[in-house]
Every structure is written in structure tokens, then in C-alpha cells.
Design a protein around this ligand. Structure first.
Ligand SMILES: Cc1cc2nc3c(=O)[nH]c(=O)nc-3n(C[C@H](O)[C@H](O)[C@H](O)COP(=O)(O)OP(=O)(O)OC[C@H]3O[C@@H](n4cnc5c(N)ncnc54)[C@H](O)[C@@H]3O)c2cc1C
Length: 628
């Protein structure tokens, strides 16, 4: 693997050029997404090395194919569809964790002789569970593109059994240890900022403070320990912000899905709940908590169901004594392990965590004729039809694009695991109940910017490893963390070590409707060139850290992972329905259409890979019934 440096191989332009380009586009006003779509190099940008090179988030080619579905380019279906002549017992649309888990469940339960094909629109499987890789100054770095945290399950639970069956031993995460001469700083296992003395808040040049603020911005290290002293806030604002840490003792969290508390929470917005819970004003929620609250689901708390903050813990309890864990590259590790179970020679390594983390994908194994389970990449399903509306049509026709051509395969059953935003368009003749349900699914955008830096001394000198910022630039928070030592990751870490700062950029627009927040955020995501994000991130790091020694040459590489439809943002009523109407997820979940069954984590309203797996298993049970 080549060493990366800060020159052409990574950013293809120097900092000065990027800055000028950023300023130029700001002067030009809003950039038209369609205009940008013609400038591939400034959309996808650098994508790292290894298996995931060229597969950073929703790439331009993937979203171009996807938007043709939205724009009804294939309605009516063109005549020049090439029939591959293939008939499968099951076709799974979408090769994320849900699609992979569906294919594996099908392989295990359908019995010998049954066949399954997964169609995935990206150039690699995994969906939101993928990774970026860098080599910086000789060290291999891996970061997650989306799905990150792994939650250890209680022994004997269904999910524990599933993980074991794919070789995922939950006690086998070993992390980097501290090295070097500087005193040790306690680091967590994940990029999510936690409380503690090594947390810093930065109030930047664009933060609307209440007190006069130095041009350079203000750092408050250990903000909670210091009770926010030194923040550019009036006493009233400071007290409001501090109150966000204090819970109303009268509040009882929901204990069961469907109990009175959970139903009440699903009837109000998260914003209202936060106001009630902490006794704070609406403006405090919007100023300090959005968009980080709400499970980070990318939308203002004003548009989310309050239950969205609790549902995962109620429905998916996990063994907190073991703490959240992370593969290098997050749940890309889970996706790789499922693939290994599905197609054992897809990786040369052993069928365990280190085995799949360390070895490269053997591409030729994925879609070999004759094998029970196959994965076809770069294939966007655009039409899933059942020849009319019969209860039990004989088979399903699935048409997909691969490059410029259209192909058709046939299936005796289908699992739609791609997510609501394409499913609702491509399944033809969806009943009104399903159309109405899917109209209530709103997905919000997110960009995960992985910034590889040659060292993090500039943080260490401030006494922090994790920080949150207000009014300084894209994103909200990040944390230097220990990485699990597999896939060639260095066994130790110090402030001199290269690391990746994962910056999650969300598009919360409180005050707008949920749908409008998503649309405006996606427009921004599509219209912002790589070079502008790069310039904004570099300027932000310089603003925050030049006083503690940050230099532009410390940035070794930036990969942007753009997710146009990252998160299902559940509005009030999503979990339990509204008067006279079922919860939207229950409709596709409980009602396959002919031979078509529905999966993906978004049916649950909880963006968690455990839901992807559980929904896949339920959908496969339904698909198997259709084969009888
Ligand atoms: C930024 C971010 C952070 C997250 N962090 C965590 C976390 O820490 N822990 C956790 O458990 N979960 C996390 N999640 C949630 C994540 O959604 C799930 O973990 C899981 O990866 C979802 O898998 P899925 O298969 O259900 O959906 P997806 O990953 O979305 O997979 C669906 C796949 O189908 C493809 N597809 C869609 N339509 C078509 C079509 N028409 N034809 C072909 N292919 C199609 C999609 O492009 C995608 O590749 C995070 C999500 C995001 C966005």
C-alpha cells in the first residue's frame, strides 16, 4: 500500500486553490446539484485505498442511477432490457447488512439446491457499514464510513447466537495501548465524544455568543467540570445549557415497547420532551442540542418523535458492562463476517474478526455461476414487478441497470432490503396501504468526513482527545479513540500517532417540516463540492488548533462519505401509529406483497445494524413461505 502525502495523490489541489474555489462558489451563490454532477472529481474526491477505494458513501455514479428511478426515467420500462435467463429462488435487493443477513438466512434455511442473488448498487457490499483506509507515514488507518458501534449482546440472546454463527466473538476486541513518554490520556473505543476532563468545547467565530468574543474563538476544556465558565454565554444561557445535563426526577423512562410512557413519548416531539425533561427553553434545544440529540438522526429535535431517543434501548437491550465496541472501520467488520459465512472463499483469511478484517475481498468469488448465493455489484434495481396484482403471481421480474445496460432476472421470492427511499419507487403496483406507509418514511442526509492527520499533538497540548464545536465549521464533534488491533493497525497509540478524525456532518434545520429539512439538507450535500468541504474542514482545524501547533501539513488525507438518505428520522407516530392508522413500518413488515417481502433497518425506526439483521430474518421467513 502506498504511503499517502498531502500533495496530489490525496487532495489533487493545494490548500490555497481549495480556499479560492470555496470562496468563488460562495460568491456564485447556490451551486446547482445537476451542474455538480458533471464534475466527478470534485464530487467524490479522494476515496482512500484497499477494498473500499472508489466506494466512499453514495458515489456520483450510484446517485445518478438512483435519481433516474426518482425521475421516472424507466417508466414505462424500456424495450431493450436484456434477459439474463436466470431464475433464482430469492433475489435480495440491497447488499447492506440487512441484505447480506437475508441472503445468509435464506442459504441456511432454504436447504440445499436453493439459489439467492443479492443486487447491490455500490461497487462493494456493506451499505452504510463500509470503511475507509489510509496509509499515513507507514501506518495503516481504518475508519468507518457510517455504521460504527457494535453493542455486545447478552449471552444466549438471538443476536448473540447470530454473531457467534458468523464467527463474531464479542470478547475478542483488543485495543491499542498507550505508548511514548507523554502522560497517558484515557481514550475511549469509539469516535463518539463522552463526558470527562479531556472533552473540549469550542465556540467559534460564527457562534452567536451573548458576550463579546475574541476573534479567534474560545476553548472551554472540561466544560461540564468547569460549569461552562469561560464560554461566551450570558449567565442565563449558561444556566440553560447546564440544565441540559439535569434530568427531571419525576421522569420515568419507558420500560417496555408499548407501555404508556413509550406511547406518550411517541406522541410528542423530541424537542418538547427535552424542554420538559430539563426544564429548558425551545431556543436552548435548537442552539445547543440539535442535531446531536435524537440519536444523531440528522434532523432537528423539533421534527423527531421523542421515543426515537429511547426505542433502541427498550427494544435492543445490550450488555453495557462490556461497553460499546468497534471493529476498525466499524460495522463494515460485521458485513465482512456475514459475507465470509455466505461465500467462505470471499476472503482468504479465517472466519473470525481478524480474518476478515485483515484479508482483501476476492471479487471473482462474489457472482460465480453455479454457487448457491451470489452478489452482483454496481447493479441498481429499477423495477420489481409481478405481472399484475395477483395474490400469488408465479414469479417476480427484477430489472436492474449495470453500466449503461438494463438486465432482467426472475425470482420466486424477493426481499427488498435496500431501504424505503428506493423501495417505494421500484416495487410496482404497491397497494395503497403500502404507498401510504412508505410516504411516512423520511430519511435525512449525512456526510461522514474522515480526516486522516499525521499526529494529534495539537489536541493533546490542549489537554483533550475529544471535542465539540459551535459555530466553527461543518459537523459537531469528534474524538480520537483507540482502534481495535486487527487489519494491520498499530498496537499502540500516542499523540505522535497518525489517527483519523471522523466528523459527522448533519443538516438539522429546526423550524422546517421533517420533509423540508431532508430536502434542504440533501440539496446542500449535493451542491457542496469536495474542495469546499476540504477547505472548510482545513480552515476549521486551523481556527481551532493553530494556537497549539496545528499545521496544514498535519492533514494527510480527507475522504468524504456522502449519504443522501442516511437516517430514517422517525416523526411522532412512527412507532405506534396515529389515531386510526398503524405504525408505518408495520404495514410492509406484516404484509408481503405477493412474493415480495420487506426488510432494512428503517422499518423499525431505529438506525441500528441489529435491526437490519432481525428484519432480514423475519423477511426471509416470509419469503420461504412463498416458496412452498
Ligand atoms: C452515519 C451513520 C452512522 C451509523 N452508526 C451506527 C452505529 O454506530 N451502529 C449501528 O448499529 N448502526 C449505525 N448506523 C445505522 C446503519 O444504518 C445500520 O447499522 C446498518 O448499516 C443499515 O443496514 P441496512 O442493510 O439495513 O441498510 P443500508 O446499509 O442502507 O443498506 C442498503 C443497501 O441497499 C442499497 N440499495 C438501495 N436501493 C437499491 C436498489 N434499488 N438497487 C440496489 N441496491 C440498492 C443501498 O445503496 C445500500 O447499499 C449508522 C448509520 C449512519 C448513516
Amino acid at each position: 500500500m502506498a504511503d499517502l502525502n498531502n500533495d496530489d495523490s490525496i487532495t489533487r489541489r493545494d490548500y490555497l486553490n481549495s480556499t479560492l474555489l470555496g470562496t468563488g462558489s460562495a460568491l456564485l451563490g447556490a451551486v446547482c446539484p445537476m451542474h455538480l454532477l458533471g464534475r466527478q472529481n470534485d464530487f467524490d474526491g479522494y476515496s482512500g485505498i484497499g477494498d473500499y477505494r472508489g466506494a466512499n458513501g453514495n458515489t456520483l455514479s450510484v446517485l445518478t442511477a438512483g435519481h433516474k428511478i426518482r425521475d421516472r426515467v424507466f417508466d414505462p420500462l424500456p424495450k431493450n432490457v436484456i434477459d439474463t435467463g436466470e431464475v433464482f429462488d430469492c433475489v435480495v435487493v440491497g447488499g447492506g447488512i440487512s441484505g447480506l443477513a437475508a441472503a445468509l438466512a435464506f442459504q441456511r434455511q432454504a436447504g440445499a439446491g436453493r439459489t439467492c442473488l443479492v443486487l447491490e448498487n455500490h461497487s462493494i457490499f456493506g451499505g452504510e457499514a463500509r470503511r475507509n483506509e489510509f496509509v499515513v507515514d507507514g501506518q495503516h488507518l481504518i475508519a468507518h464510513q457510517g455504521s460504527a458501534m457494535f453493542f455486545p449482546q447478552f449471552e444466549g440472546s438471538v443476536l448473540d447466537g447470530f454473531y457467534r454463527s458468523i464467527g463474531l466473538e464479542q470478547n475478542q476486541f483488543h485495543y491499542q495501548t498507550w505508548t511514548g513518554t507523554q502522560p497517558e490520556m484515557a481514550l475511549g473505543n469509539t469516535p463518539y465524544a463522552e463526558d470527562g476532563r479531556t472533552l473540549g468545547f469550542y465556540f467559534g467565530q460564527h457562534f452567536q455568543g451573548d458576550t463579546p468574543q475574541p476573534h479567534a474563538g474560545v476553548w472551554v476544556v472540561d466544560p461540564w467540570g468547569k460549569k461552562l465558565q469561560g464560554a461566551p454565554l450570558s449567565e442565563d444561557s449558561r444556566q440553560q445549557f447546564l440544565k441540559t445535563r439535569v434530568e427531571n426526577p419525576a421522569f420515568r423512562a419507558p420500560e417496555r415497547h408499548g407501555d404508556a410512557v413509550s406511547r406518550y413519548l411517541d406522541s410528542i416531539t423530541l424537542e418538547q420532551h427535552l424542554m420538559e425533561l430539563h426544564g429548558i427553553r425551545r431556543e436552548t434545544v435548537r442552539r445547543f442540542l440539535s442535531p446531536v440529540s435524537g440519536g444523531g438522526s440528522g434532523t432537528g429535535a423539533d421534527a423527531l418523535s421523542a421515543y426515537a431517543d429511547y426505542a433502541a434501548d427498550v427494544l435492543l437491550p445490550w450488555d453495557k458492562s462490556k461497553q460499546a465496541q468497534m471493529f476498525p472501520g466499524g460495522n463494515a467488520g460485521v458485513a465482512r463476517l456475514i459475507l465470509k459465512a455466505l461465500i467462505p472463499d470471499a476472503f482468504s483469511g479465517r472466519a473470525d474478526m481478524a480474518g476478515v478484517a485483515n484479508s482483501a475481498v476476492r471479487w471473482a468469488t462474489l457472482d460465480r455461476p453455479g454457487q448457491a448465493s451470489r452478489i452482483r455489484l454496481n447493479a441498481t434495481a429499477i423495477h420489481v414487478g409481478q405481472n399484475g396484482k395477483a395474490e400469488r403471481p408465479a414469479e417476480v421480474s427484477i430489472v436492474y441497470t449495470l453500466g449503461p445496460k438494463l438486465y432482467r432476472v426472475r425470482a420466486r421470492s424477493v426481499v427488498m432490503a435496500g431501504g424505503s427511499w428506493t423501495t417505494k419507487h421500484i416495487v410496482k403496483d404497491l397497494p395503497a396501504s403500502h404507498r401510504e406507509a412508505y410516504a411516512q418514511f423520511h430519511r435525512s442526509p449525512c456526510v461522514m468526513a474522515n480526516v486522516a492527520v499525521r499526529n494529534w499533538r495539537f489536541l493533546y497540548k490542549l489537554g483533550i482527545n475529544q471535542f465539540q464545536w459551535f459555530g466553527a465549521g461543518p459537523g459537531n464533534y469528534t474524538a480520537v479513540h483507540k482502534t481495535a488491533t486487527m487489519a494491520g493497525i498499530a498496537p499502540d497509540i500516542s499523540p505522535d500517532s497518525p489517527v483519523v478524525l471522523s466528523i459527522k456532518i448533519l443538516f438539522s434545520k429546526p423550524g422546517l417540516s421533517l420533509q423540508e429539512q431532508g430536502v434542504q439538507g440533501r440539496t446542500e450535500l449535493l451542491a457542496t463540492p469536495f474542495s469546499v468541504y476540504e477547505s472548510q474542514i482545513r480552515s476549521m482545524l486551523a481556527e481551532m488548533f493553530s494556537r497549539t501547533g496545528f499545521e496544514q501539513s498535519d492533514v494527510a488525507g480527507i475522504v468524504l462519505n456522502r449519504w443522501g438518505h442516511a437516517y430514517l428520522s422517525a416523526q411522532p407516530g412512527f412507532f405506534f401509529g396515529s389515531p386510526g392508522k398503524p405504525a408505518p413500518g408495520e404495514v410492509p413488515r406484516n404484509n408481503p406483497v405477493g412474493r415480495i417481502c420487506f426488510a432494512n433497518s428503517d422499518l423499525t425506526g431505529i438506525m441500528d445494524h441489529r435491526c437490519s439483521i432481525l428484519e432480514a430474518h423475519r423477511a426471509v421467513t416470509q419469503a420461504l413461505e412463498r416458496l412452498v
